[in-house]
Design a protein around this ligand. Structure first.
Ligand SMILES: NC(=O)c1ccc[n+]([C@@H]2O[C@H](COP(=O)([O-])OP(=O)(O)OC[C@H]3O[C@@H](n4cnc5c(N)ncnc54)[C@H](OP(=O)(O)O)[C@@H]3O)[C@@H](O)[C@H]2O)c1
Length: 268
């Protein structure tokens, strides 16, 4: 049995789907199933008979979670981490929770694989409120091209690492096939939705103000460190998805096409 945490989310849903497609017994959990990652003891019922876990990062007591896995006889963990774990300045709040998550899993004695994807293509969903309001998408860091990745490709690699030997002790940098500016992503999205969408870059001042309204300041600082001080590199395309899966990573066009009807529904 393989346990997939965050199974209602962008990545977890795809991981559960990839494993089910491979014919493997999967237990897909999130808080609705009573499995709260902030409360390690609440995971116990979900761990019965589990051999491997797909784990999200950043919860309150990652060493406690890993200890529950060990006690339950889990052998292997595939941890969703991020490029922020290897930023050139890891003093920021986002890098710190990724690194703390990796450290907890590494020190648990479980066999581990870390997935360090660039930003997700599904972050496009954050534009939905603006897309409902009109044809202009405003966002921060308009001059930073990102080789964002389809969660389905993260899931394809996760499934391999959960099912095959040979991935223990490996940390995989994962990207999509091409670095795109937000303006290019908005154009592709507009084409698929049949709308004349336009991107407008927020000034750094406006970006700081907008982000601070909804996000704790230490996380806003982290994003400015990543994309203004360029302490993270999400522009370089890595060959890892193709090397591991034998096929190229999916393009942003493909992500949009796959999700177009869902997007239309959510916009109507
Ligand atoms: N977005 C990016 O560009 C990016 C890049 C690198 C790494 N990451 C990491 O990837 C993670 C997953 O991303 P995603 O887009 O798949 O997230 P998502 O769509 O927001 O899904 C989060 C999942 O976690 C579950 N969850 C939330 N709090 C929980 C809790 N306390 N206990 C148990 N389950 C809980 C949610 O389900 P319920 O709400 O139903 O419990 C949901 O299934 C992020 O949290 C981030 O740490 C993100």
């Amino acid at each position: 049995m393989i346990l997939v945490t965050g199974a209602t989310g962008n990545v977890g849903r795809e991981v559960a789907g990839a494993l089910a497609e491979a014919g493997v017994p999967v237990r897909a959990v999130s808080r609705a199933s009573g499995a709260d990652l902030n409360d390690p003891a609440s995971m116990r019922p979900a761990l019965d008979g589990v051999r491997a876990v797909f784990l999200l990062p950043g919860y309150r007591d990652m060493p406690g979670l890993a200890a529950e896995f060990v006690d339950a006889g889990v052998e292997r963990v595939v941890l969703l981490s991020g490029q922020s774990a290897v930023a050139t300045d890891t003093g920021n709040a986002v890098s710190q929770y990724m690194i703390a998550s990796e450290t907890a899993v590494r020190e648990s004695g479980l066999a581990w694989t870390f997935l360090r994807p660039a930003a997700f293509m599904s972050n496009t969903l954050r534009w939905l409120p603006q897309l409902r309001a009109g044809d202009v998408v405003r966002d921060a860091f308009g001059d930073v091209p990102i080789a964002s990745i389809d969660p389905a490709d993260i899931a394809a690699v996760a499934a391999l690492a959960l099912l095959e030997p040979g991935h223990e002790g490996r940390a995989y940098s994962l990207t999509g096939p091409q670095a795109l500016l937000p303006a290019a992503r908005v154009r592709i999205l507009g084409r698929a939705l049949g709308r004349d969408l336009r991107f407008e870059a927020l000034s750094d001042e406006d970006a700081w103000a907008e982000m601070s309204a909804t996000t704790p300041v230490e996380y806003v600082k982290a994003f400015f460190s990543f994309y203004r001080d360029h302490t993270i590199d999400e522009t370089t395309v890595h060959p890892t998805v193709e090397q591991l899966t034998g096929r190229p990573p999916r393009t942003f066009d493909q992500w949009v096409t796959t999700h177009a009807s869902d997007l239309r529904e959510r916009l109507s």
